[in-house]
Design a protein around this ligand. Sequence first.
Ligand code: GLN
Length: 537
Amino acid sequence: MNQTKYIFVTGGVTSSLGKGIIAASLAKLLQARGYRTTIQKFDPYLNVDPGTLNPYEHGECYVTDDGAETDLDLGHYERFLNVPTSQANNVTTGRIYLSVIEKERRGEFLGKTVQVVPHITNEIKDRMQLLGKSGDYDIVITEIGGTVGDIESLPYIESVRQLVWDLGENNAIVIHLTLIPYLAAAGELKTKPTQHSVKTLMESGIKADILVCRTEHELSQELRSKLALFCNVKKEAVIQSIDASTIYEVPNLMLEEGLDIVALKKLDLPKKAAPDLKTWNTFLKRLKSPKHTVNIGLIGKYVEMQDCYKSILEAFIHSGAANETKVNVVSIHSEYIDEENIAEKFKDIDAILVAPGFGERGIEGKIAAVRYARENKMPFFGICLGMQMSVIEYSRNVLGLSEANSTEMNDQTSHPVVNLMEEQKNVTDKGGTMRLGAWKCEIKPNTLAYQIYGETTIFERHRHRYEYNSAYVADLEKAGLKASGVNPDTGLVEIVEIEEHPFFIGVQYHPEYKSTVANPHPLFVNFVAAAVKARKK
Ligand code: GLN
């Protein structure tokens, strides 16, 4: 196949309809039929990337192997497809403007007046075709962030219109995701908001080829016909997307509705084989019929908002299924934990994960949680800041360095057991300047880490500025906190563990970013297994 085909996914009526999940589900089905498929997301905000956004604003910041700080939907793409994404898979309006303005400064527009149309739209169109032109993909799905009709989405919508025209019929199609609200008082599903949003799209010159309708109730045949007639699509292209008990159900629901077949037909592509969803469905079966249950305490300061720890929560779903275990993640706010109330707060908890994070708020609660897990021999898993907290806790309570701290929290501390990395010392810009992306780590034999990974060289994704201070490593090792994984080039300690403990591990990187349905992350799988064992006791 030589022509890459494009599928654009737009959203109407309201945000939060789950465009990312629909895009990922369709991609999954196309991939399972044998098409090389990728997904990219175009976001309409002016931040160059979401790296500087507070997690409360936009949920978790997801990190790719090549060190891009991206929208959390890229996590869904990877978890569904089991194919890594990259910098090219997430573009924001900020990035588009930045590159157009840089070109203008370099004089690349030869005296022209630089305008939204055509300069911004051309830049968008180029970016939209970047992955397609690599020759690595048969189908590229592009999710447009925001809702049709928003002022800030307009340049994207215009670019889609032009691209559909440039690429020609059967090479690019538009899927519009909308909401069919249910009015309880009238006992009816309502199509009007969808009709309006399709009309809004039409005003921008785009005709939706497929409608995916989010709904809480089944769409009748009559309603589907009505939607088809008033929204100008074939009836078979009216796809119901009913609320599912888990997002991992959605590919099968879309398969039943024939979304992949309708899309292939519109793109003039053969169906190829029936989708091979064997691994996927085995996972689903295990997810739905667990044999055990565990309560895992997630200790963090953003626990009020689920999206802030998206990849961790999803990694627990993958690793729970791998263990045939239902993992109840119990969110515990680190700001409200202290030495007095901790036993009460943790009384039904089987294992503890101390979450990543930034800044001082809630860290004493995190340190108390590490101590509790260590002293009570409860399975412990610390990620990034969570690992740094375990180094501080060990220094304070085992080595007796009561002043031990991270210089992120107290730059005057007499024992900076966690401090700013050397290469960070002259960094002043906040955006995209952390230690990011995949870095190598060598694992020492005869360690828990080796037992878990089964190999000595691993690559994991990072996002941090501070590190475990090498000046303290030898003393802490002697006292029992083992450095079991080290970056061979920088000597940076990436993994710590305690031998005299059933399961105590802290990692400087973020394993949650690499956990997928097909490849649940071994650290999470083993942590859940340790929790099951602890509970049985
Ligand atoms: N704030 C810590 C650092 O910058 C940890 C970061 C994180 O948990 N991702 O090193």
